[in-house]
Design a protein around this ligand. Structure first.
Ligand code: PLP
Length: 371
């Protein structure tokens, strides 16, 4: 049986009745730039994320870039971030004029280690980008306390974590709500994906939100007046319409992903060669990815591909080892937990439309490899 890593066609078949009329509404009104759907989506994402403000933009990468621009980084200013993440987390630090400082992760959650963050703080540190990797929030309690103690801005890269939540101080707090700015991505393969590129920033502070809104349209609040040099980074109205059609399904999709994850973890319980992902008990995970550590990972990947089972390695080369960041001086061995993860992880198919039979085929292929 062929099982793709992700099946967006199956999702489309299930939701097209919700999305296509909204899309056609935009086409009929011909309001493609900042049409009313963009504002509606901003209000809905703000509510979902417990944020006072939400500002839509052209991608998750731009959401991070504009967030970092609000820091007015000077050359040599440092921003701490994980190396075990998608490239945009650190690429945007560079493009906003700062220097990424890579720190190690915790082995169980793959998220930032607060102790490693603290050890990396210098007088030049300005901010921390916390990534909620694979759909599970990082240890925000510890990271927020650190940021407050050292007067650092905390930005949440919540590209993989829309709708994820964590109990902080006895209350459920949403991904994106606790940092100065939270960044979401609507890249098609994300848990809430549009039909192209899209992103969203959330913030609680009025002045920060106003600045993000200006940065999104060439740095001016008033048309043809520019307070600073910004970007052309708007979310298309057509994409906002797609997202409005999909958003009511998100909670159900996340629950279905959790059920799939639990089923995998149960199935792999007797298999010593596979170490299932660990969910921090304080978290409600949305399983953007179901990522295991596997013995003989590269051979397992070959075996799964030969059997028609989709899988992927996120991420095969951590950011501190990328050629473009070689000048920063992080060599092999500098982030041991990250490097162990990149050599052993593999992500398996997980999506709401995955059937029991498909999931059984994935499990059979994995167990078959080791037996
Ligand atoms: C997807 C992703 C981004 C970037 O989002 P785009 O919409 O693709 O630009 C940033 N950070 C992380 C962790 C991501 O997974």
């Amino acid at each position: 049986m062929n099982v793709p890593l992700l099946d967006l066609v199956a999702q489309y078949q299930a939701i097209k009745g919700d999305v296509l009329p909204l899309l056609m509404g935009v086409v009929e009104r011909q309001q493609f730039i900042l049409g009313e759907e963009v504002g509606r989506l901003e209000r809905e994402i703000a509510a979902l994320s417990h944020a006072k403000h939400a500002i839509a933009c052209a991608s998750g990468t731009d959401a991070l870039l504009l967030a970092l621009r609000t820091l007015d980084l000077a050359p040599g200013d440092q921003v701490i971030c994980p190396a075990f993440t998608f490239f945009a987390t650190a690429g945007t630090i560079h493009n906003a004029g700062g220097t990424p400082v890579f720190v190690d992760i915790e082995p169980g959650s793959f998220n930032l280690s607060p102790a490693a963050v603290e050890a990396a703080i210098t007088p030049r540190t300005r901010a921390i980008i916390v990534v909620h990797l694979f759909g599970q929030m990082a240890d925000m309690d510890a990271l927020l306390a650190l940021a407050a103690r050292h007067r650092l801005t905390l930005i949440e890269d919540a590209a993989q974590a829309i709708g994820a939540r964590r109990q902080v101080g006895g209350a459920w707090r949403m991904a994106g709500e606790l940092g100065a700015i939270g960044a979401f991505s609507f890249f098609p393969s994300k848990n809430l994906g549009c039909w192209g590129d899209g992103g969203m920033m959330v913030a609680q502070d009025d002045a920060v939100a106003a600045r993000l809104r200006r940065l999104r349209t060439h740095g001016g609040a008033k048309q043809y007046h520019h307070d600073e040099v910004g970007y052309n980074s708007r979310l298309d109205t057509l994409q906002a319409a797609v997202l409005l059609g999909k958003l009511p399904h998100l909670a159900g999709w996340s629950a279905a992903r959790r059920a799939r994850a639990a089923r995998y973890t149960e199935a792999f319980a007797g298999l010593a060669a596979i170490c299932p992902p660990r969910t921090d008990p304080a978290n409600e995970h949305i399983f953007h990815q179901y990522t295991v550590r596997a013995e003989r990972r590269d051979q397992l990947v070959e075996h799964l591909k030969a059997q028609g089972i989709g899988c992927a390695v996120y991420y095969p080369l951590a950011l501190h080892l990328q050629p473009c960041f070689a000048h920063l001086g992080f060599g092999r061995g500098s982030l041991p937990v990250t490097e162990a993860a990149m050599g052993s992880v593999v992500s398996l198919p997980i999506y709401p439309e995955l059937s029991d039979a498909q999931q059984d085929a994935v499990v059979a292929a994995v167990t078959g490899f080791y037996r």
